[in-house]
Design a protein around this ligand. Structure first.
Ligand code: SAM
Length: 276
């Protein structure tokens, strides 16, 4: 057994919160559903700051080998620090894009990706690589946030765009929303890459706010979303747009007590089509 970890140690405290609240409900669904087996090879695509890579390493143990692929240098450094502090010996980090996976054909039993695939550019190339490295009877288990994410907020975007006569912005919003994944669209993409869906689970979580500005100032929104929303709107209209949006969120909070944004969660598990 490895040595106990000291909860008073600064470095242990620094890695204690190892998954953010956005990724956690997706990861919970993933970890509750992935097929469990001993002595296997796992590949985690887009592990960010180490999730679920480190959790997989700890749950499958040292009889298994876990490869992690990512391109985000700062996050990879953080993950390496966690791996070192936790003395995990069964992880190998591959610092490269998943469009070209530096592994031999047909050697992986399980591929996971928590909130990864919808972030990959050239997804078809990534799927082709997943197909190449996966064993014939291997599994791919992914989670993603499909169409419907933050729909209460986007309904208000739409109302404000209409109010301001912003036709182009309304069209951009509709295109942005229509292009979000659905279970059917992901299944179709995987099907053309040679996989069949064998299991799916749906769930949802909610982000609730009691202050309008807090919605736009939340760190998750500032890191992952607001940039795209701002780009959608002509610069000279932005201040007015956000003011009106905040007023609408405020009215909602006054009448309902909170502004709640739904986040649908989808878990999908695939096998190679030729394997039945
Ligand atoms: C939303 S984050 C998810 C991180 C983590 N799995 C989690 O649950 O917190 C998506 C991750 O995919 C990675 N990524 C994006 N494109 C990639 C690519 N082409 N190859 C490998 N990783 C990629 C990003 O760097 C990022 O770490």
């Amino acid at each position: 057994m490895k040595k106990l970890l000291d909860a008073q140690s600064k470095s242990i405290v620094n890695i204690y919160d190892e998954i953010n609240l956005w990724s956690a409900p997706f990861g919970r669904l993933l970890l509750e559903n992935i097929p469990m087996q001993s002595s296997i090879k796992i590949l985690d695509l887009g592990f960010g700051t180490g999730f679920p890579l480190i959790e997989l390493s700890q749950r499958f143990g040292e009889s298994s080998k876990i490869y992690g692929i990512d391109i985000w240098a700062e996050a990879i450094n953080r993950t390496k620090n966690k791996i070192k502090l936790l003395e995990l010996k069964n992880i190998e980090i591959l610092e490269t894009s998943a469009i070209s996976i530096p592994l031999a054909d047909q050697q992986i039993n399980l591929i996971t990706s928590n909130l990864g695939v919808n972030n990959f550019e050239e997804r078809k190339k990534v799927y082709a690589e997943m197909h190449r490295v996966l064993k014939t009877d291997g599994s791919i288990c992914i989670t993603t946030n499909p169409m419907g994410t933050f729909e209460e907020l986007f309904d208000l975007f739409s109302i404000v765009f209409k109010e301001m006569g912003l036709e182009d912005e309304l069209e951009k919003l509709n295109t942005y929303l229509q292009h979000r994944n659905t279970k059917a669209s992901i299944e179709a993409e995987f099907k053309t890459s040679g996989f069949k869906l064998v299991k799916s689970k749906s769930d949802h979580t909610n982000m609730r706010f009691s202050d309008p500005v807090a919605v736009l100032n939340h760190s998750l929104i500032r890191i992952g979303f607001r940039r795209y929303w701002e780009k959608m709107i002509q610069e000279e209209m932005r201040a007015d747009f956000f003011k009106r949006l905040l007023d609408k969120i405020g009215l909602h909070i006054q009448s309902e007590g909170a502004f709640s944004m739904k986040i649908p969660i989808l878990y999908l598990e695939f096998r190679k089509s030729e394997y039945s």
